[in-house]
Design a protein around this ligand. Structure first.
Ligand code: SF4
Ligand code: SF4
Ligand SMILES: [Zn+2]
Length: 268
């Protein structure tokens, strides 16, 4: 039975305790969350004027990495799945324009979207500093994509898990040496040696090394994990995790269908 507990949550950052799953399962969620969650990012730029100190390529790279947020991600289709066959239409792309003249600092807030539901996730991302007389005029085309193809489509900035610690204490003589060594202050004596909050244990094993009679053993709990996930602001963490689970489910459905088809072919 899988048990999920939310330890910490805001839209862009989540910390979960997940029990009853294998390393393979949690790693599948991590990998899919990093590389297979569709999100919008600028994929093509038409630069009409650029007299700034940045080359066109650098300007394009900076704009491409600005996370874009939309209220209606499901409206957009992947270019290769769109009726336009990837030619570009309102179902698979949207345009943001930028027109700025120095002296000024150009920020992500200067990108003007033709679709009011698509906007930079943060308004204060610096793009380029323009001096007197310098100008940037361009049109940026945003499309759906996945992190597997380019980092600009990666919705997570942190996506990592670690095992919860397991601490066994046997034949302890209550000398207290390990208590002083624990950098997290987790150990204390109350009739016997106890651990305050196992989730805070960083598995450093200093307690184990200090004990001269091997009374304390630190190991990994193979079925309990702390999963940390941080979004770049384009999609909230809840949607990233839900979509990751859907993607894995679809992969399994396809695998099952594929295996059934092979079995069918063998019988005929
Ligand atoms: S576990 Fe070892 S070091 Fe810690 S109190 Fe017990 S005997 Fe002492
Ligand atoms: S492994 Fe490190 S953090 Fe965990 S209880 Fe031992 S000393 Fe403390
Ligand atoms: Zn299209």
């Amino acid at each position: 039975m899988i048990h999920v507990e939310i330890l910490d949550y805001i839209d862009t950052n989540g910390k979960f305790l997940i029990k009853g799953v294998s390393t393979a399962f949690i790693n599948a969620i991590r990998r899919v969350a990093m590389s297979e969650i569709p999100k919008l990012a600028v994929d093509f730029i038409r630069i009409y004027d650029n007299s700034s100190s940045l080359y066109n390529e650098m300007l394009a790279s900076r704009i491409g990495l600005i996370p874009l947020k939309t209220d209606d991600l499901e409206f957009f289709k992947m270019p290769n799945e769109c009726e336009c066959n990837g030619e570009g239409c309102s179902s698979c792309q949207t345009i943001l324009s930028l027109s700025a003249e120095g002296p000024k600092m150009v920020y992500s807030s200067d990108l003007v979207s033709t679709d009011s539901s698509v906007n930079p996730a943060y308004q204060d991302i610096p793009i380029v500093k323009l001096y007197e007389g310098q100008r940037v005029i361009c049109e940026a085309i945003a499309k759906l994509g996945i992190g597997k193809n380019h980092a600009k489509w990666q919705a997570t900035t942190i996506c990592a898990y670690r095992n919860v610690a397991k601490i066994d204490i046997i034949n302890c003589d209550l000398c207290g040496d390990c208590i002083k060594e624990c950098p997290k202050g987790l150990l204390y004596i109350d009739k016997e040696l106890r651990v305050k909050n196992i989730l805070d244990c960083n598995l450093c094993r200093l307690c184990e090394r200090t004990c001269s009679i091997d009374a304390i053993r630190v190991s990994l709990d193979e079925y309990q994990f702390i999963f940390n996930i941080e979004s770049d602001g384009s999609i909230n963490v809840k949607d990233i995790v839900n979509t990751a689970v859907d993607v894995i489910e679809n992969k399994l459905i396809n695998l099952k269908a594929g295996v059934a088809e092979i079995g069918q072919r063998r019988r005929t």
